[in-house]
Design a binder for this molecule. Structure first.
Ligand code: FAD
Length: 447
């Protein structure tokens, strides 16, 4: 049934008090100036906002947690369906599941689920929206054991482009359920998601271990082997960051272990045997603390891209590439590596399932005056990775992809899956209303 009535949330136009706060997204580099920010109080508001956009011919962006690095949850002169008021968590401890609102951010879910001794697969940072994360595959500390965020969705409640409210699960609209766990933002406004939960790890180990640049070759090779071997409890990041000496970047290892402290110690012993650390801050902490270690400020300027390296040794070529590129890092940039090994979970979805090591050049900075140098570094580094024979741009986490053309989409999803996605897009959103995302263009031949 279609509900009509007054908009119960808040509407912000550029001249309204509160507009600047309402339009702000995480990435300062991508702030837009929408004509309207529609902060919705519920499903009825979402429908009214979509109707308003249609009537006034406004482009639509949907904002969950506002952490899209590409800036897809805002626009210039369009309408933003802002779900920040729709952040809620209802845990069902008996079935180890939770329904969450479409605007729920990771810290809310981690905190509420922990009250029942439970945890969901979220990212490693408390800020991003959970719906945005799971629809773009999503990975974090629990992924090695429990799969991607997208693998742990049991149902979506979604308002589609024509205003229909659909329950989407393995039993209802299974075609959409397949598509939304990997390309979800294309198909509508998700007002709620049902997620599978797991026992919360009782104790975790987090913190940073740093090695001397003198040991970079041995450590890189050794860390690679540790990642290639893998562990159900270990989701570490390894990377090269800037130091005062451009020839000698920092060699850092961020520990993210969700097993018992004894197991963590055993697995970290292998790492510590790679070379003697020059700083070792790894320590036991709660799961909540692990997820909140990497708390960034509410806004910053950021840009990144993501690639994938095959498990291959590392080969001499892979080593050469990493060691050459690590010397290019400048202040506020880094090159990070982490292991991604998908779990085969039923029912199947369009989540990319491409085992390998994710390769992540990124910049995080504060001041506009640094934009030019950092963006030029990212462009040069990305160009180098794109040219390399040992790198592919078919990343696992669609979440980290900021430009998705046809070719990349085929590499990411597979050509057949991509064609199927385009047919589903034509069926559910033929006019491409939801295009402010990693966009799947509708197939001309309607499904
Ligand atoms: C600091 C930081 C840390 C991160 N850490 C991780 C990590 O550890 N693991 C990981 O996998 N990813 C991580 N990411 C990537 C992040 O998961 C994606 O950028 C994700 O899309 C952010 O979701 P959001 O809701 O916060 O963003 P938004 O900007 O609100 O949305 C992102 C996209 O999803 C769409 N969307 C969001 N919510 C809805 C909804 N309810 N209905 C319909 N469409 C919606 C938007 O339209 C947009 O296209 C991180 C990003 C940042 C900036």
């Amino acid at each position: 049934m279609r509900q009509v009535g007054e908009f119960r949330g808040e509407l912000f136009a550029p001249t309204d008090e509160g507009y600047d706060e309402a339009r702000t997204v995480f990435n300062e580099l991508r702030q837009g100036r929408p004509a309207v920010v529609a902060r919705c109080a519920g499903i009825a508001d979402v429908r009214l906002a979509l109707e308003m956009a249609r009537e006034q011919n406004l482009d639509v962006s949907v904002r969950g947690g506002g952490h899209s690095v590409a800036g897809w949850s805002t626009n210039d002169d369009g309408l933003v369906v802002d779900l920040s008021r729709m952040g809620w968590v209802h845990v069902d401890a008996e079935t180890s599941t939770a329904w969450i609102g479409g605007g729920t951010v990771a810290t809310d879910l981690v905190t509420e689920a922990s009250q029942y001794g439970l945890a969901a697969v979220t990212g490693t940072n408390p800020g991003p929206g959970v719906t945005g994360l799971v629809m773009g595959v999503g990975e974090g500390y629990l992924t090695p054991r429990h799969g991607f965020g997208g693998d742990n969705v049991l149902a979506f409640e979604v308002v589609t482009a024509d205003g229909s409210l659909l329950n989407v699960s393995a039993d209802e609209h299974p075609d959409l359920f397949w598509a939304m766990r990997g390309a979800g933002a294309n198909f509508g406004v998700v007002t709620a998601v049902k997620l599978r939960l797991y026992p919360m790890p009782e104790q975790c180990t987090g913190g940073m271990i740093e090695f001397s640049p003198d040991d970079e070759v041995e450590v890189t090779r050794c860390v690679w082997k540790i990642m290639e071997k893998g562990s159900e409890f270990f989701f570490p990041f390894y990377g090269f960051g800037p130091s005062d000496d451009p020839e000698r970047p920092r060699i850092m290892f961020s520990v993210g272990h969700t097993g018992t402290p004894e197991l963590a110690e055993r697995e970290l012993a292998e790492l510590r045997a790679c070379a003697r650390p020059i700083a070792d801050e790894a320590r036991t902490m709660s799961y909540w603390e692990l997820v909140h270690q990497e708390h960034l400020q509410d806004h910053c300027r950021t840009a990144w891209d993501v690639y994938r390296l095959a498990f291959d040794g590392p080969s001499a070529q892979q080593m050469q590439l990493l060691l050459d590129q690590r010397k290019t890092v400048i202040p506020n940039t880094s090159i990070l590596l982490w292991r991604t090994v998908p779990k085969p979970l039923a029912p199947p979805s369009v989540c990319p399932r491409l085992p390998g090591i994710s390769l992540f050049p990124s910049g995080w900075w504060e001041h506009e005056q640094d934009d030019k140098a950092i963006l030029a570094w990212l462009e040069a580094t990305s160009a180098c990775f794109s040219r390399s024979e040992v790198v592919t741009d078919a990343a696992n986490t669609v979440n980290h992809v900021v430009t998705l053309d046809d070719d990349r989409a085929k590499r990411l999803y597979g050509a057949e899956n991509y064609a199927r996605l385009r047919r589903l897009k034509a069926k559910y959103d033929p006019d491409n209303v939801f295009r402010s995302n990693n966009n799947i263009r509708p197939d001309d031949e309607r499904a």
